[in-house]
Design a protein around this ligand. Sequence first.
Ligand code: HEM
Length: 282
Amino acid sequence: MLIQLAVMGLLVALIPLTLTWVSNDADKYRKLVWITLFLTFDLIMFGAFTRLTDSGLGCPDWPGCYGHSNPLLAHEHISAAQEAMPTGPVTVAKAWIEMIHRYLAMAVGVLIITLMVIAWRRWIKSGRTELKFRPWFPTLLFLFVCLQGAFGAWTVTMKLQPVIVTIHLLLGLTLLAMLTWLGARQNVHAPVSSPGRPHRRPAARHHAHARIRRHRHAARGSETAQGLAADRRRHQRGRPSLHDRPARQSDDALPQGRRPQQGQEGHQQTAARIEHRIRLPC
Ligand code: HEM
């Protein structure tokens, strides 16, 4: 029967998983995180609905309903209980409400397991460098959803003990907050830093900066080479170099010993420009 219940959870989870898989979103992991967050919010709403409609004991056992994976198969038992007490706690409608809450909870569990597996695989594949896929938090989420499932079970088996129901509610809200944090962390522009370590750039931004730096160096190199080639062509044609021109006014500002001599300034300026382009940090 546990397998049948797991299949039900998997079937519900297949809808968001398929939606994520077929979407055109370039970052499917991020999308799955937000879909899991959305489904958890729905689950909490449905939990509140379960409580408000007094359906908490619509199925008085755990994990199934009278030992079955769905209220259709347990119809005989549910009808008998409803006949004995028409206002509940067990009625056909209440049994469905309670079981739908459990199916949704299992679907959330399947989605969190999927997130954890993806994070671990991508983290190991990237040589443990891709910060976005650090698996510790998804693993913590998995442990947390198991704990919440256990409190869900105790909510039923302990006949809605107020302290257990309250803890179940608080854990549900904490799970939602944790998923929200994971969702916010998916934003590539958000800085990711770890305690005790200096602030680090997210990998995507770091690569972009490296690319810009490479292009800048290449542009400078080609600019310098073009200038030198032009100079050489002018020299071959017997024309003065582009840099053989009277000293600029700013040269007058230089100390006496460092002012370029007549005829020398062109070469000095060319040399200075080459040096400047090669040594200038980004
Ligand atoms: C991720 C998993 C789960 C979440 C986030 C969740 C969340 C909630 C929330 C927010 C409530 C409303 C509590 C209140 O208003 O006081 C609730 C109610 C309830 N949940 Fe869950 N739940 C989860 C899993 C489960 C599971 C696995 C079960 C049972 C096997 C379960 C059984 C119940 C029951 C019986 C109630 C009604 C309590 C009452 O009538 O007082 N929950 N749940």
